[in-house]
Design a protein around this ligand. Structure first.
Ligand SMILES: [Zn+2]
Length: 246
């Protein structure tokens, strides 16, 4: 989504600058998430965010088993604890990010549309990053493509924000674009995403399992577009923009 404009190195540099932010409050352990508050809020904002957290925790309890099952690989045990860090992220083009088992969420971004399902889905995407636990050099288009594949095609297939313009995109664009392609390949060749995940986690580039299932990515992409994916049209992209416009 919005952080597509920044590469991972920029992202980590930006997050490193936040590390010294003092904690102004901390919720007790509650299920999957340990919630930490690192942002100053009004009482009303804190109440709104607290209600949002309740909805998030209820949804995430169902998401986490599905994410970790989809991304299972031999010898890997996913964490059962995620730190949810409510913070103020700079630059503001990054609404959320993940570092290890910590998901950092920009509280102001959530509050700007606190009832929009996108704000919950955004955390689903970040939860996938926690589960991935790939080496830092994993190709970002696949890291982000798998995160959006699980978000938009497995966990939240009715999300009104599912949309992109396939005609103006390519298989290496990551996020929803690669996510849609992965969904297409997975439907024809079940188990491909799990094989790509295992390869990435083991330090591979993930391309081998994709190639084995669907041939060269450029061919798979052509075949995918010929199926006229509902999410991959300019109309779907316009609907996404409307869904994300206050
Ligand atoms: Zn991401």
């Amino acid at each position: 989504m919005r952080h597509a404009v920044l590469n991972r190195r920029h992202l980590l540099a930006a997050l490193g600058a936040m590390a010294a932010t003092p904690a102004v409050g901390r919720a007790g352990p509650d299920g999957l998430f340990e919630v930490q508050w690192h942002v100053e809020l009004t009482g009303a904002e804190r109440a709104a965010l607290g209600a949002w957290l309740g909805r998030l925790q209820a949804a995430a309890a169902g998401w986490w088993p599905r994410i970790t099952a989809a991304l299972a690989s031999p010898g890997f045990t996913p964490t059962d604890r995620i730190i949810l860090d409510l913070n103020s992220i700079t630059p503001k083009t990054i609404p959320a990010a993940t570092r290890g088992d910590r998901i950092i969420v920009d509280a102001a971004y959530v509050l700007s549309m606190v009832g929009n399902p996108d704000r919950l889905g955004m955390v689903a995407h970040e939860m996938v990053h926690v589960a991935q636990a790939y080496p830092p050099f994993a190709p970002s288009f696949l890291t982000e493509g798998i995160a959006d594949y699980l978000r938009y095609y497995v966990l939240l297939p009715q999300d009104p924000g599912r949309g992109y313009d396939g005609a103006r995109s390519g298989p290496w664009d990551g996020y929803q674009v690669t996510g849609g392609l992965l969904d297409f390949i997975e439907r024809a060749h079940p188990g491909t995403v799990q094989a790509v995940n295992a390869d990435l986690r083991a330090g591979g580039d993930g391309i081998g399992p994709l190639h084995k299932a669907a041939g060269p990515l450029t061919h798979a992409w052509r075949d995918y577009l010929e199926t006229h994916p509902a999410a991959g049209t300019s109309e779907a992209l316009a609907a996404r923009v409307r869904a994300l416009t206050p």
